[in-house]
Design a binder for this molecule. Structure first.
Ligand SMILES: C[S@@+](CC[C@H](N)C(=O)[O-])C[C@H]1O[C@@H](n2cnc3c(N)ncnc32)[C@H](O)[C@@H]1O
Length: 311
């Protein structure tokens, strides 16, 4: 079991249960909360991340992919639309996420296979896939060695894993600085844009949704060093293991603005501010990609990306 889970005294089963409950509640509003897009912007974001990891292998395309913790379909649905994968299987431990993902696929006219599955016990025969992928999922898994052994088992020889959006331990600590700065500046910022504080949450919460939203801090159980991610892949028998770092300036800017926005009534945040925050983020992502990512060590970036090959 991972160190943070042991500190909290929670078993692996409890961690899976909390993840399921939290993500079931989060599923209906997940796409709007995280600005998940299934048009050209979303496709460019997903392709950009995988291009960093897979380079020329991305151009060759993949026949059968399986996504772990696919959520509402951000990666698989965009990759299908971009023609990078031919047959996509999407798995998640949360039935609510699978439900939203299936609705997204229907709306986009995409054919996919779904399975409610724990990453540590995949319901597929050995050597079923050419690509095992995931975004922002590894840090939720209680037993990473078991999960990596499953990724290895379901891949055909020569197939690849590609994981993106995993929090880096050092990057996570650095990201606390803009969050704290935004909290201090929030009252002045609200006065400047003429917004009030958010309305109080409704107290007659018969579904227990408030309580489940409070689980958010319990579902993220790991932050990684590049070496730790590499070791998990190697212990499972993978070769050609590569870890890269992604997003530094973009992330500071994003967390700063997100923390400011969270302090205000969402209906009173002007559209002009939202456009500035979104376009500024995209601009800084380009700066990170072209200048900082090739230059600086992966550990200091906010997100880590991992790829490896099954021999
Ligand atoms: C942060 S969300 C990311 C969703 C999606 N990949 C994305 O990028 O939008 C993490 C996802 O992992 C799923 N998850 C958590 N624990 C899991 C487990 N043990 N096995 C499979 N999926 C899990 C959650 O239900 C959730 O959908």
């Amino acid at each position: 079991m991972c160190a943070p889970a042991m500190e909290a005294g929670r078993s692996a089963d409890e961690i899976r249960e909390v993840n399921t409950r939290y993500h079931d509640v989060a599923a209906p509003s997940y796409d709007s909360k995280w600005a998940i897009d299934f048009g050209p912007v979303g496709q460019a974001q997903v392709l950009g991340k995988l291009q960093k990891l897979l380079g020329n292998w991305l151009r060759q395309g993949y026949g059968r992919s399986v996504e772990i913790g696919a959520g509402t379909g951000y990666f698989s649905l965009n990759l299908l639309q971009a023609g990078v994968v031919r047959e996509a299987t999407c798995t998640d431990i949360s039935p609510g996420m699978i439900h939203t993902l299936s609705a997204n696929a229907r709306r986009l006219g995409l054919s996919i296979r779904t399975a409610r599955a724990d990453a540590e016990s995949l319901p597929f025969p050995a050597q079923s896939f050419d690509l095992v992928l995931g975004h922002a999922v590894l840090h939720h898994l209680p037993d990473l060695d078991r999960a990596f052994a499953e990724f290895h088992r379901v891949l055909r020889p020569g197939g690849r894993i590609a994981f993106a959006g995993e929090p880096s331990r050092v990057g996570d600590r650095i990201a606390a600085i803009p969050k704290r700065g935004a909290s201090a500046l929030a009252p002045a910022w609200r006065a400047l844009i003429g917004a009030g504080t958010p309305p109080p949450e409704p107290s007659d919460d018969v579904n227990g949704d408030d309580a489940d939203h409070a689980l958010e801090r319990l579902v993220d159980i790991h932050a990684f060093s590049p070496g730790e991610l590499r070791s998990h892949a190697k212990r499972a028998g993978f070769e050609d293991v590569t870890v890269r770092g992604e997003e530094l300036m973009a992330n500071w800017f994003g967390w700063f603005n997100r923390a400011l926005e969270a302090s205000a009534n969402p209906d009173e945040v002007p559209m002009l501010w939202r456009q500035y925050a979104f376009n500024g983020y995209l601009l800084l992502q380009r700066l990170d990609r072209r200048v900082l990512e090739p230059l600086l060590p992966p550990a200091i970036f906010y997100n880590l990306l991992l790829t490896a090959r099954r021999t």
